[in-house]
Design a protein around this ligand. Sequence first.
Ligand code: FE
Length: 225
Amino acid sequence: MINYEALFKISYGLYIVSSGSKTYGNGFISNTVFQVTSQPPRFAACCSKENHTAEVISSTGYFSVSVLHSEADAGIIGRFGYKSGKDLNKMEGMELKFGESGVPIVLNDAIAFLECKVVETYDVGTHLMFIGELLQADVLDDSKEALTYLYYRQVKKGVAPKNAPTYVDKTKLQKKSTDQEFNRYECAACGYIYDEEQEGKKFDELPDDWVCPVCGSEKDDFFKL
Ligand code: FE
């Protein structure tokens, strides 16, 4: 048997992985960036084949990683994690710097960054795994903690989008009994669930300018479960 809850015990960080050039760039939220060798320093980053960034990394051969801090804005996770670069220029209005290769590096809510040159690409099924050799890395803010996937899930109540390698279908999780008096509302953009019982407040009583704490979507984007 597979208890999918066990998969949430694996620890990860949360990063913006970007690629492109000075004139065009795209990026996505990844929780699967990790160092795979130290001599030379190489990093793996997994990207869904359906993700526009996969095409951009494949064509340019470079990617950057921005390490987000634990209080990173929900809007930035929404922008990079739940929207497609096919519909929106995600880099527009972002605070950017460009790497040695010209790859864009997102500085908003970042405490460190890496720039990598792709040396191998593995087809792992639904995703491509890019192995990148480190070109440069630096710390941007030493005063904040890095955002971990566990913190995002437990404190920020975030969920993995469908394209994430660690996505778990909710129907596979054991259902907890629910009190009929309280309702639950789901964010159509990111899947975050507002649980009235847990929050101690009815969804309807939330102010009109309330937004999804995970992706920044408006109240109207929620539907009742
Ligand atoms: Fe959301």
